[in-house]
Ligand binder design. Structure first.
Ligand SMILES: Nc1nc2c(ncn2[C@@H]2O[C@H](COP(=O)(O)OP(=O)(O)OP(=O)(O)O)[C@@H](O)[C@H]2O)c(=O)[nH]1
Ligand SMILES: [Mg+2]
Length: 205
């Protein structure tokens, strides 16, 4: 079961290291190609439609966006805070190269060096076999010792009978075990419970 979300609020934008929030909380970051559905996934997980900015124009999220979330796992436990970090996407060709390089440097520094980063959700598009950039992102994260959860989003675009095979293909292409790719849809709400279940394990009590 997904936890009850007691509150979810926008904290701040960060473009530089000294703008990363200082409050020591476990953090979850959302990584993936431009327009894949990172911000929509974050919103679906906290069940707040307009929290993170979503747009059909790729390149919507242009800096690190931090959110503070209070979750309650069961009525008997007290709420625990955590942070979400919504990242700009990679692979968006229409952004000028200098700006792309600046984003990449900003994202990589954060992913390499951020303390308290409990897990990273790597989001891939269920409709296509993961491109080279997704495999590179996964290799980068594991090389830096990060714990990664893979989610294949926009699964609503795949007919139900093809979903299993789609997830299997994505897992094989990425070189992770089948069961490790979570099918997800921000539109249907598919996968929010499964993703939360794994996040809660990584976040600890
Ligand atoms: N069908 C479908 N559309 C989705 C889903 N998730 C996101 N979208 C759509 O995909 C587009 C991009 O969504 P965003 O959440 O802004 O994607 P993003 O990865 O944050 O994009 P950038 O911040 O620009 O990199 C929007 O038009 C969303 O409505 C999904 O699960 N299913
Ligand atoms: Mg976004």
């Amino acid at each position: 079961m997904a936890p009850r979300i007691v509150s979810a609020e926008f904290l701040k934008t960060g473009t530089k290291r000294d703008e990363w929030p200082a409050e020591p909380l476990p953090e979850i970051a959302f990584v993936g190609r431009s327009n894949v559905g990172k911000s929509s996934m974050l919103n679906a997980l906290v069940r707040r439609g307009g929290l993170a900015r979503v747009s059909s124009t790729p390149g919507r999220t242009q800096a690190l966006q931090f959110f503070r979330v209070l979750r309650q796992d069961s009525p008997a436990t007290r709420p625990w805070p955590l942070r979400f970090c919504d990242l700009p996407g990679y692979g968006f060709a229409k952004v000028p190269k200098a700006e792309r390089d600046r984003w990449a440097a900003m994202i990589e520094e954060y992913l390499r060096e951020r303390e308290g980063l409990a897990a990273i959700v790597l989001i891939v598009d269920a409709r296509h076999a993961p491109p080279e950039s997704d495999r590179e992102a996964l290799a980068f994260l594991t090389a830096h010792g990060r714990r990664v959860l893979v989610a294949a989003t926009k699964i609503d675009k795949i007919t139900k009978s093809h979903r299993f095979a789609t997830i299997k293909t994505a897992a094989r292409e990425l070189g992770v075990p089948d069961g490790e790719v979570v099918p997800f849809s921000a539109v249907e709400g598919t996968g929010t419970d499964a993703l939360w279940k794994r996040l809660v394990v990584m976040l600890g009590p």
